[in-house]
Design a protein around this ligand. Structure first.
Ligand SMILES: [Zn+2]
Length: 361
């Protein structure tokens, strides 16, 4: 565009691909649809830029490019019934797959993603309606839950109650994480951004610093860091899926109070510190954040929502400020303020006593 003032459309670029592959032969091994999908992403980024919706697209090195897409049925085939199996990619070959899908039907599109040093296949399935309905039969029970930090889930169906203890995956991994962070700080970290500030007008940014490459020892520790966080994320996801599946197995209606995870886990602001010293307040809030995020309250809620919508169930969120579930007696409706530290609900009106979170539920 700079040289000739001519806009290049997506289709012009697509038509250049065969010639392009003759010059850069390393691209010959890649499926042409995958190349087109990449080109579409580039075109999309430029489209956003010209509409004023995004920044000028910058070159992405292989380090930042995490995978590729098969937008239709061609170039790949899945040999699986939803439980393990293998994937056949044209020009690459057969790859074993590990994992189990909740449902399986006609594979429609495929994404290959590299995340934290591991390869994932994300397969879009077209699922028949009746199959979907039959797969998710459940009883018509109603369950109320309270998501918390001390106990992850307090539940009741009016007759039975229970508590699910919060796992402390992150806390457990935290010490290890701190050790790794310390060791990383003693090694040479990379700085790739200094010369990546290429704007539309390169003459405007005369300051071009040299890129700094990470040392091999730094990369080694970094690998351990991402391995650790991957482990914690997997543990958390596992916990969320297990517990939510258990909740909906007998219940098609689940009630909980509206939770504003984002607000609750927002960083402590300067203005917050009225009665407490700044540092203490920040520390307190950080500790609370960790608990909230550790349990994955938002994840539990989202998983419940999704699973209930799959079975045609109902997910009800009660407005917290209006109803005040934690300050209301479940037996007589008497409202009484409780401090956060009070772990037991004792009603001074009717005498009903219950564990705090179960009473809230
Ligand atoms: Zn009461």
């Amino acid at each position: 565009y700079k040289k000739f003032g001519k806009t290049v459309s997506y289709f012009e670029q697509q038509n250049c691909l065969p010639d392009f592959k003759e010059v850069w032969i390393e691209y010959k091994v890649i499926n042409s649809q995958a190349l087109q999908a990449t080109l579409k992403r580039v075109d999309f980024a430029f489209g956003r830029f010209f509409k004023g919706l995004g920044k000028y697209p910058i070159f992405k090195s292989i380090r930042h490019y995490s995978g590729w897409t098969y937008p239709s049925f061609t170039g790949w085939k899945v040999h699986s019934t939803g439980d393990n199996g293998y994937l056949e990619l044209s020009k690459i070959g057969q790859i074993k797959m590990r994992g189990k899908a909740r449902l399986w039907d006609h594979p429609k599109a495929l994404d290959i993603v590299n995340r934290n040093g591991q390869w994932y296949a994300s397969i879009v399935l077209e699922i028949d309606d009746t199959l979907l309905k039959n797969s998710r039969k459940t009883d018509n029970g109603v369950m109320a839950i309270d998501l918390g930090c001390n106990d992850a889930i307090a539940w009741t169906n009016g007759e039975e109650n229970g508590l699910v203890a919060a796992p402390r995956f992150f806390r457990k991994a935290e010490q290890k994480n701190q050790e790794l962070g310390k060791s990383k700080r003693r090694k040479r970290s990379p700085n790739f951004n200094s010369s990546a500030s290429l704007t539309v007008d390169p003459e405007r940014s005369p300051r071009v610093k040299k890129k700094v490459k990470a040392s091999r020892r730094w990369k080694k520790v970094q690998k351990l860091v991402s391995k650790l966080s991957r482990k914690v994320a997997n543990q958390r996801q596992n916990f969320v899926h297990q517990e939510t599946t258990r909740i909906i197995s007998g219940n098609s209606t689940v009630v909980t109070e509206k939770l504003e995870v984002k607000k609750m886990s927002a960083k402590a602001k300067k203005g917050d510190a009225l009665s407490l010293s700044k540092g203490k307040r920040k520390k307190q809030k950080a500790g609370l954040n960790k608990s909230i995020l550790d349990v994955g309250m938002g994840m539990i809620r989202d998983a419940l929502k999704a699973k209930l919508s799959d079975i045609g169930g109902l997910f009800v969120e009660v407005p917290t400020k209006k109803v005040k579930p934690s300050q209301t007696c479940p037996k007589c409706g008497n409202q009484e303020k409780k401090s956060l530290a009070a772990r037991t609900h004792v009603c001074h009106n009717c005498g009903y006593t219950q564990q705090r979170d179960i009473a809230t539920a």
